[in-house]
Design a protein around this ligand. Structure first.
Ligand SMILES: Cc1ncc(COP(=O)(O)O)c(C=O)c1O
Length: 400
């Protein structure tokens, strides 16, 4: 049996070195706990970077995937299978304010961003020939060329140019900048209701309300990227519902949708969705029976285990823990942002050091933009698990 160092040696020799990987090789997960190849246990307050929204290997998802794998694993979208239609119905039924929504399935957040850009442009062709897209600075929509072009972070785009034409960026929550950017050639405004990778920055209700009005005025689509904030982690099915923001025309999900299985989804109101006719877009794997079995089991688990309600309660407990952390380590914590189970804690000391020390103490969190500790606990995290994590955070932040 290989240990952490053995696996690391294989990676060093054979795997692309494009990730900053921790030197721990994971072998097993259960809920918010993980074990590595050396037998060490970790409390994971960032399971799968938001993908394992029900924690590691959730029982209903495991059972559904096993059953579906033995029955019909994959088929191409030239045919029908029930669970894709049922998952589409479940996701559409939970949207509010979107007229007769429909779903398209793909395999990741990036692909869902791509599909949304393409849908917006297909729609724009028929609606005045518009094609430009405005998105937000510090946003994140994925790494492929369309999604990267929409990602308003020059550091991530560096060295990859030329990017796609027609993209521009505005600061989040600045209504007048948005008004200026949204000219008659703009087909859509693309925004994460809560910026995730950027460090957990929520859009304000007023901003998204103004964005809706501006889009309507210039005849553009309001497009919400809920890859990270959707699927329940804010205490509602969709992040925009928690923010009490207006409904979008297009919205997309991935990460927690499959409970660990790769799947992405784009939902759009039918008057927009109808522009994606046969031949305009597709995906070989998208929404295959296995992925949709996982997605349906996620929806079922959230419903049967009352996880939306649980998130609301446990988030309040989390808020209390954050407040205590802040009061004890005010000299190191400069800002805190929390929406449900999405947390960003800005430090004035190198967050990487805190991250590494937490890892040594058996706590997994994440660092984004060098200064922000990011926590995305599983929806079924317990108060006791959060307490355990904050004991470690308190200890680590208390060190010199
Ligand atoms: C808001 C948002 N959109 C898109 C993506 C890209 O998703 P994926 O990595 O599944 O392609 C991410 C990933 O972090 C994300 O947070």
């Amino acid at each position: 049996m290989f240990n952490n160092a053995d696996v690391q040696a294989l990676y060093n020799q054979y795997v692309f070195q494009n990730y900053g990987r921790a030197p721990i090789a994971l072998v097993r997960g259960e809920g918010s706990q993980l074990w590595d190849a050396n037998g060490k246990r970790y409390l994971d307050l960032l399971p799968g970077l938001g993908v394992n929204g029900l924690g590691h290997s959730p029982a209903r998802v495991v059972a559904a995937v096993q059953k579906q794998a033995a029955q019909l694993m994959h088929q191409h979208n030239n045919y029908l299978w029930e669970n894709q239609a049922q998952l589409a119905k479940a996701l559409c039924d939970k949207l509010t304010g979107v007229e007769a929504p429909r779903a398209f399935f793909c395999n990741s957040g990036t692909e869902a961003s791509e599909a949304s850009i393409k849908l917006a442009r297909l729609w724009g062709k028929r609606n005045g020939g518009k094609w430009k897209i405005v998105s937000t600075m510090n946003g994140f929509h994925g790494r492929s060329y369309g999604a990267l072009s929409a990602t308003g972070q020059t550091a991530l785009q560096k060295g990859c140019g030329p990017l796609l034409p027609g993209f521009s960026y505005v600061p989040l929550n600045d209504v007048s900048a948005l008004e200026t950017a949204m000219d008659d050639d703009v087909v859509g405004f693309m925004v994460e209701p809560i910026q995730g990778e950027g460090g957990i920055f929520p859009a304000t209700t007023e901003y998204l309300t103004a964005a809706r009005a501006i889009c309507d005025k210039v005849g553009a689509l309001l497009m919400y990227d809920e890859v990270q904030c959707g699927m329940g982690r804010t205490g509602d099915w969709y992040g925009y519902q928690t923010l009490k923001a207006p409904a979008p025309d297009i919205i997309w999900l991935a990460k927690a949708l499959g409970g660990g299985f790769p799947i992405g989804a784009m939902l759009a109101k039918s008057s927009v969705a109808k522009e994606m006719v046969p031949g305009t877009h597709g995906s070989t794997f998208g929404g295959n029976p296995l992925a949709c079995a996982a997605g349906l089991a996620v929806v079922e688990t959230i419903e049967k285990d009352n996880l939306i309600e649980h998130v609301r309660k446990v988030s309040m407990h989390l808020a209390g823990l954050i407040e205590t952390l802040r009061s004890r380590h005010g000299s190191k914590i400069v800002a805190v942002r929390q929406v449900g189970l999405m947390v960003g804690i800005d430090l004035n000391i190198p967050a990487k050091t805190v991250y590494t020390r937490c890892q040594e103490e058996g706590l997994l969190v994440n660092v984004t933009h060098d200064i922000t500790l990011r926590l995305l606990p599983a929806m079924n995290v317990t108060s006791a698990e959060l307490d355990e994590g904050f004991v470690i955070l308190n200890k680590v932040l208390g060190e010199k």
